[in-house]
Structure formats: C-alpha cells, structure tokens
Design a protein around this ligand. Structure first.
Ligand code: FMN
Length: 363
C-alpha cells in the first residue's frame, strides 16, 4: 500500500477517522439564490467526496453581516439550516463525516453584499484586496470598513454561538472556526490589522480575546472535542501581516489547547512556496490536540510529514476538487486529475460534480 502513514486511523477529538486524508474547506460559490441556501447540487458534490477521512465544508457566513462573497452559503436562517441538513444526511448516507467551517469575513466585504452597511473590522483599516460581489460586477475592491464598537463584540460571539447551534441541529459532526486567511478572527489576531485600544486590542493577550471567546462559545454548543480552528500564520493573503507571527500563533495555539479543542488546522504555505518550519513547529508544540497540515501537499509529501511526526493528518484542497475519490487514488498511486480554476467559483455542475471517480473514469 502506498503512503502508509496516511492510512492509519485517528481520533480527531470525538470524531474517529479511518485514515488521515482530510478535505480542506473550499468555497465554491454555488449556494441556491436567493437566500444563500445549500441545496441538492451541494449535497451531490459533498456526498461524492464522502471517502475523505473528514470533510471540512466550505466557509459559511454565520450572520448577515458576516458575508464577504456572493453566492457563498450561510447558516443563519431556517432555510439554510434545512439545506445543510440535506447535505449532511447525504454525506452520512455514504459513510462520511462532515464539519462546517464557520466564517465571518470582517473587512473583506462590500457594501453591496451588506444591504449598504459598511463591513466590520477590529480597526477601520481598508485592505488592499478584492471580493466577488455579483456575476455582473465580478471582483471589486473591498469597501472601507468600520471598527466594531466594544459593546458590539458580545453580539459577534453570539452569532458564532447561534451558527454553531444551527450546525449542530443540521447534524454536522462538528465545526471548524475560520481563523485564517485574513478574515475577521485573523484580523483581530494579527497586529497589522488590530490597532484597538480596548480589551480586544493592543497586547497579544487582548488580540486573542475574541478568537478565544468564540472558541469557548462554540465549544459550549458542540463540546470542545468537536471543534477545530484554522490558522494561516505565514499567509499574507488579504493584505495581512504581523510583527511576530511565531509569538502570536504559538500563543493562540496554546490558548486553544487550553480550551481542549480537537484540532488545529494550519495552512502552512502554498504549493511551491517555502514553509516556515519554525512557526509550524512552535504551533505544534503549543497545541495538545491533533495537528492538521495543509498547503501544497502531495500523497508522498503528506505521508512524509506524518511519518516525521510534524503532523497528524493532511488536508487537501485543490486535489479534492478534481479527484472526488482522492483517498483511493493516493492509496493506489493512481493518476490524479487536474482541476480547472475557471470553474472554481460559481456556476453549476461543470467543474463541480462532473469530475468522475476512478472506476467510472476508467470504465
Ligand atoms: C477554490 C478555493 C476555495 C477555497 N476556499 C476556502 C475556504 O472556504 N476556507 C478556507 O479556510 N480556505 C479556503 N481555501 C484554501 C484551501 O482550503 C487550501 O488552504 C489551499 O487550497 C491550499 O491547499 P492545497 O494546496 O491542498 O490546495 C480555498 C482554496 C481554493 C483553491
């Protein structure tokens, strides 16, 4: 059997997985309109990928103000919850396990997506970044954000709590908190975007206050052993920076570990780009639970990473877009299909549910 280290079972908190090939969260912008509702097309797509050790479903808006891109799903209305339930049922019917990624975009949004309101952020600092607002307008510069008032922050925590409760009601096996890639929680965490002078900014302890309050609130709903947290400590996507990423992310990992979270999911870098091994090692050392590595891994490099003790599981993103049966293909060292970036975001079945599993492809 190829890549043995990937094919050992693992307990990720309270979720037992038969192997260590996880599906990374992937925004595909195909929720039913109006209402950003998950529907049959999404259920088919995820059910096709149910052989993943664990599916982390795409970034999903926790509230109306959390939305940052057109056509992404939400988890804050009854209709959305019912749509997700059908997705979860379809994955479970195929023997899979699925978590939902809880998402607040913070400053990476646009007034047109927010009924004319400004996006909210730790500080009123506009990102040099773009977002997708509609099929007609496509990608545009993000809007000027406004800083959240101190007394609004408890409401944001509550939105996470309510979204987690809906995810639980929909039957998800757990949730992943999206703390990566320059969205709201990452904006609070890093000092390049958090210039607050209240209890939620300034010192490192203060910058981590909201991320940890969210992790605690979500854990109260699901149990911490059903909750993961995603970070991208070296990523500069969405105009992000931090003056001391090792210290920042080791402290965040330690705080999450103290809450007993099931796993930390680390976007370590992208294909071909160098990794910062010191940051990865310091996060791993600070976190007691499962360490999920992501970013540019192949079957071979993923298995090596686990065998070396530097990760417990590997999340694959783009490979799962075009290879719904990725674990089978890696196990048998079969040919891997390439994904077409033109169909990553938006549209229908093309480039979404029409990548065949291997036996169909070979037939
Ligand atoms: C089409 C696309 C959508 C993505 N959507 C999300 C998302 O919703 N949430 C998230 O945390 N990361 C998202 N990412 C990042 C991936 O989860 C992953 O970190 C990245 O693709 C690197 O892993 P890979 O080299 O295995 O593809 C997305 C990436 C792609 C290509």
């Amino acid at each position: 059997m190829a890549h043995d280290a990937l094919f050992q079972p693992l307990d990720i908190g309270g979720v037992h997985v038969p192997h260590r090939i996880l599906m990374a969260p992937l925004t595909r912008s195909r929720a039913k309109q109006p209402g950003d509702v998950p529907w049959e097309l999404n259920a088919t797509y995820y059910a096709q990928r149910a052989s993943a050790g664990l599916i982390v479903a795409e970034a999903t808006s926790i509230s109306r103000h959390a939305k940052g891109y057109a056509f992404i799903p939400g988890v804050f209305t009854d209709e959305q919850e019912a749509g997700w339930k059908a997705v979860v049922d379809a994955v479970h019917a195929e023997g899979g396990r699925i978590l939902l990624q809880l998402f607040h975009c913070g400053r990476i949004s646009h007034t047109e997506l927010l009924d004319g309101d400004a996006p909210v952020a730790p500080s009123a600092l506009k990102a040099a970044s773009q977002t997708y607002i509609s099929a007609e307008s496509g990608m545009v510069d993000v809007s000027e954000p406004r800083a959240l008032e101190t007394d609004e922050i408890a409401g944001v925590v509550d939105e996470y709590r309510q979204a987690a409760a809906r995810a639980k009601a929909a039957g998800f096996d757990g949730v992943e908190i999206h703390g990566a890639n320059g969205y709201l929680l990452d904006q609070f965490t890093r000092d390049g975007t958090n210039q607050r002078t209240d209890a939620y900014g300034g010192s490192l302890e203060n910058r981590l206050r909201l991320p940890l309050e969210v992790a605690r609130a979500v854990s109260e709903v699901f149990g911490a052993d059903r909750v993961g947290y995603r970070i991208s400590p070296t990523g500069d996507f969405n105009d992000m920076k931090d003056s001391n990423p090792i210290e920042t992310f080791a402290a965040l990992a330690a705080g999450l570990s103290g809450l007993g979270l099931a796993y930390i999911h680390v976007v370590e870098g992208f294909a071909g780009s160098p990794r910062d091994e010191d940051i990865a090692a310091s996060v791993r050392a600070a976190f007691d639970g499962v360490y999920v590595a992501n970013g540019g891994y192949t079957g071979e490099t993923g298995a090596e990473r686990i065998a070396s003790g530097k990760a417990d599981a590997i999340a694959y993103g783009t490979l799962f877009i075009s290879n719904p049966d990725l674990p089978h293909r890696l196990q048998h060292e079969a040919t891997l299909a390439d994904a077409d970036p033109k169909t990553f975001y938006g549209g229908g079945p093309e480039g979404y549910t029409d990548y065949p599993a291997l036996d169909t492809a070979e037939a």
